[in-house]
Design a protein around this ligand. Structure first.
Ligand SMILES: C[S@@+](CC[C@H](N)C(=O)[O-])C[C@H]1O[C@@H](n2cnc3c(N)ncnc32)[C@H](O)[C@@H]1O
Length: 205
């Protein structure tokens, strides 16, 4: 039997590829059923898979009992994770759950160490300028779901997304300066950011 597939799981691969090979610690924000956290834990020594919904977190743990991830219950916006403590922060289909997108981006950016990576796949609200993209994505998703067979995830959902593609780009530029924001074929938005490196310490006399 083929492994479960859906658009979220498809883009787990994109997020995985954006986590540097040297990463030792990664946080998956809004891990849901646990596919990304389990996938990353095969190569990253310390993976924290965080979700604010206890039942879905239990299902994730039950689905991946051998994954060397730390399954953690909590709200990413509160003090449950320590700022500046991860080499990378990834998040799939969760940013639109956060009540304030700008504050959410700022928070995710604050969780990586200097020079760390943030990689987010999220949804955008469709505005008229995005109709061609939305329509082609609808067709591409329909074909992909048909060909691959769509697995229904069991995580809490939030709909519709509050922010358009352009708003996401503006917010990312403000909160994560230098972030790259791009449209994805299956109708999602990818936000990539590498934080500024720590200032060099002057050890000269
Ligand atoms: C649509 S699901 C996506 C789950 C998974 N990442 C995926 O790709 O299928 C969004 C998840 O984010 C979680 N979530 C929402 N707000 C959160 C918060 N403030 N902190 C942590 N997790 C949160 C929800 O409980 C839910 O499991």
């Amino acid at each position: 039997m083929s492994p479960p597939w859906n658009v979220n799981i498809h883009y787990d691969g994109t997020l995985d590829r954006l986590v540097p090979a040297t990463a030792v610690s990664v946080l998956d924000v809004g891990c849901g059923d646990g596919f990304l956290g389990a996938r990353l834990s095969r190569r990253v020594p310390h993976v924290v898979a965080l979700d604010s919904d206890q039942p879905v977190l239990r299902r994730a743990q039950a689905r991946f009992p051998d994954a060397l991830a730390s399954w953690q219950h909590g709200d990413v916006l509160t003090g449950v994770v320590t700022p500046g403590s991860f080499d990378a922060v990834v998040s799939n289909a969760t940013l639109h759950h956060l009540p304030d997108t700008r504050a959410g981006l700022r928070r995710l950016g604050s969780l990586v160490r200097p020079g760390g990576t943030v990689a987010i796949v999220t949804f955008a609200r469709t505005e008229w300028r995005d109709i061609p993209w939305a329509l082609s994505a609808l067709i591409a998703r329909g074909v992909a779901n048909r060909v691959r067979g769509k697995w229904e995830h069991s995580a809490p959902t939030s709909w519709p997304p509050a922010r358009t593609f352009r708003q996401l780009r503006q917010h990312a530029e403000t909160e994560l300066p230098g972030a790259r924001v791009s449209r994805l074929l299956l109708g999602r938005v990818l936000i990539r950011w590498q934080g500024p490196a720590a200032p060099a310490t002057d050890i000269g006399a």
